[in-house]
Each structure stands twice: as C-alpha cells, then as structure tokens.
Write a protein that binds this ligand. Structure first.
Ligand code: ATP
Ligand code: MG
Length: 273
C-alpha cells in the first residue's frame, strides 16, 4: 500500500490535485482511500457527487457522545464515493473557535485505533493536508507514521516556495518515521513563466519537480459542476493528461531515491533569489 500526502500553501491546488489523483488510481481499478485533512472539508466533493460528507468531527460529536469508542467500526468513519473510493474529511471548528489541527489529529488517532488503513485493503491512500500553518496538527499525518510519500504542490510564486520550504522542514523532522519527500508538483499560474527559479528551489532543498501542471479552464468548469473531478469530467483535457502522468510518477518514486530534504532557514531562503 502507498500512502501519499499532498501538502502545499493555501489555495495552491492541493484538493484539485489530490482528488484527481484518487480518481486516476480508482480508474486503474486500485482500491483508494481519500482523506481530506482540512477544516474546509471540500477535498472529497468531486468524489461523492458534489456532496459535502459528514466530517469526522461532526461524527465525533454525534456518535462518540452516545456510543463507546470501542463499538465503532472502521466503516463508520468512511463514506463510499464514486468509483468505489472510500472518503473521509477531518472537518474543523467554526472559524475563530478552537484548533483546526486538533480535528486532524483526532481523526488520525481514530484511524489508527480502528485499523482503518489496515482493514480497508487499500492500494493507495491519498491525504490532502493544509500546509501553510506551522501548527503541529497539520503535521499529524507525518508524526503518527501514517504518511509515507510527501508531495508538495508549489507555483512560481515566492510564498508558495516559502510554504514548501517550511513543509520540507516538517518532513526532515519526521524522516525517522519513514516519511520522505517524493518531490514537488508545479501547478503553474503562468504557463510561460521561466522555470529556472523553481528548478533551483527544488535543487536547494534536495528534491525534484515531478510534474508541471497547466492552468486549464477544465479545472474551473469541473469545480463549478462539482459532481466529478476534472479527470472524470474532461479526461482529454491538458490537466487530466498531466495528472495521469503525475500519478504514475508518484507511484514509481522509491524511498531510496529520496534523500532527507535540506530546507533553508528563513534568511537563507529570502537571500536565495
Ligand atoms: N491547474 C489549474 N487550472 C485551473 N484552475 C486551477 C488549477 N489548479 C487549481 N485551480 C483552481 O484554484 C483554486 C484552488 O484550488 P484548490 O481548492 O484545489 O486549492 P487548495 O490548495 O486545496 O486550497 P486550500 O488550501 O484552500 O484547501 C480552485 O478554484 C481551483 O479550481
Ligand atoms: Mg483544499
């Protein structure tokens, strides 16, 4: 089984890419678990016919209050989505109240207690994790040994690289848990941008760029339609083609080819350009 964790700055394209990858793997007849680790709980929308599923925290409040934790089964935490994809969303507190990372930590603890990853017979698990927050909750998949392959989504913008550098620090911190940085995905805002800075950044932090994804209106159209990911809705689009290529590359990356990343301290990061 492969555990793939998609990290990246807010709004960079994590959920679009993560849900598209899950779709590609499911279309290849792989058994897929897709986990949204973001209070916005929108990662699985395109995988469950446009519905916002009940989040783990909502379920926690509804079920855990009346039932003994031990009576819960792994299936209770999952919703069956399109193409047989098992879906979960951590959810989070109302904005401004409480800690968003806590929902993620709680959900992953329940996953471990109930053996969700082991009992599901999954070929691939895709985690979509909010990544520009330094809060430990967002590193929960790394800390709890659930994560394996980390993929960081970046764009050509400096702040996207700043977030990626921070995420690489978390990967370095938890490398002893078996976590490794498989590479970066460049979700470009401007397809014509000079790619040298991105390549330089990848080299500086000791990783590679797995794929360049094009800006594609098909992504927006699928997002408004909500009921399917762009890969299912527009399989011939440039974005879907690049995602299929990315999906194969992620599976092919081997741990031994991924050295512990070498992120920069903030001064070096800002001085690097
Ligand atoms: N390659 C692309 N082409 C066109 N639109 C894109 C592309 N990638 C992402 N988008 C659009 O950018 C917006 C942000 O994408 P998405 O929600 O996937 O980002 P995210 O990283 O998950 O954000 P958040 O951190 O808020 O969860 C969406 O409206 C999405 O449709
Ligand atoms: Mg998202």
């Amino acid at each position: 089984m492969q555990n793939i964790v998609i990290f990246g700055k807010g709004g960079i394209g994590k959920s679009t890419i993560a849900a598209s990858l899950s779709t590609v793997y499911a279309l290849q007849k792989k058994k897929v678990l897709h986990v949204g680790c973001d209070p916005k709980h929108d990662s699985t929308v395109g995988l469950v016919d446009g519905k916002l599923i009940e989040t783990f925290l909502e379920k926690h409040a509804r079920v855990f209050g009346v039932r003994d934790h031990g009576e819960l089964k792994a299936e209770d935490l999952l919703v069956k989505g399109r193409l047989g994809i098992d879906c979960a969303e951590a959810g989070g507190p109302e904005p401004g109240v409480g800690c968003a990372g806590r929902g993620i930590s709680l959900m992953l603890e329940a996953f471990q207690d109930l053996g969700v990853l082991k009992s599901g017979g999954y070929d691939v698990a895709v985690f979509d994790v909010l990544g520009d927050v330094v809060c430990g909750g967002f590193a929960a998949p790394l800390r709890k040994g659930l994560a394996e392959k980390i993929v960081i989504v970046v764009s050509e913008e400096l702040m996207a690289l700043y977030a990626a550098n921070n995420i690489a620090k978390s990967v370095r911190t938890y490398a002893s848990n078996g976590v490794y940085l498989a590479g970066l995905v460049a979700n470009l805002k401007d397809g014509k941008v000079d790619r040298k800075k991105l390549q330089r950044f990848a080299k500086l932090i000791g990783t590679r760029i797995l794929e360049y994804l094009p800006r594609d209106p098909a992504v927006r159209e699928a997002e408004f339609a909500r009921n399917r990911t762009v890969v299912e809705r527009s399989p011939k689009s440039a974005f879907a083609k690049s995602i299929r290529s990315l999906a194969a590359k992620i599976l092919a990356v081997r741990k031994e080819d991924c050295p512990v990343p070498t992120p920069m301290d903030d001064r070096r990061f800002y001085g690097a350009w």
